[in-house]
Design a protein around this ligand. Sequence first.
Ligand code: CU
Length: 124
Amino acid sequence: MRTKVLSLVSLFVFGAMTVFAQSKTDKFKVYGTCDMCKTRIEKAAMAVPGVTKATWNKDSEMMDVVFDSQKTNDDNIQKAIAAVGHDTQKYRASDAVYDKLPACCHYDRAPMVTKAATPMKKHK
Ligand SMILES: [Cu+2]
């Protein structure tokens, strides 16, 4: 009887661990401005197979995602978002796609891609 209970417990623990291992939560920066951006960004993220939840915060420009780590990863999601015109923490949208966004959606692009981001040493 005792071993039966133990094996049931271990089976349950193992099962729970597997579920937790698959469902991964991540947070990263996505550049955007308005509610239209929010819809576009979330739609792009949700279209990635394995993504179960995608929420973009307009004020903080932070993206919260929940996904199955066996089906996809952080990079795939960020690439999908960049593909619809929004720069992310790791990936830059192509200029052609960015230019086609409605005017209200033209966010300030990441500092690293502007001309102002010249290395400090050159000023000395
Ligand atoms: Cu917008």
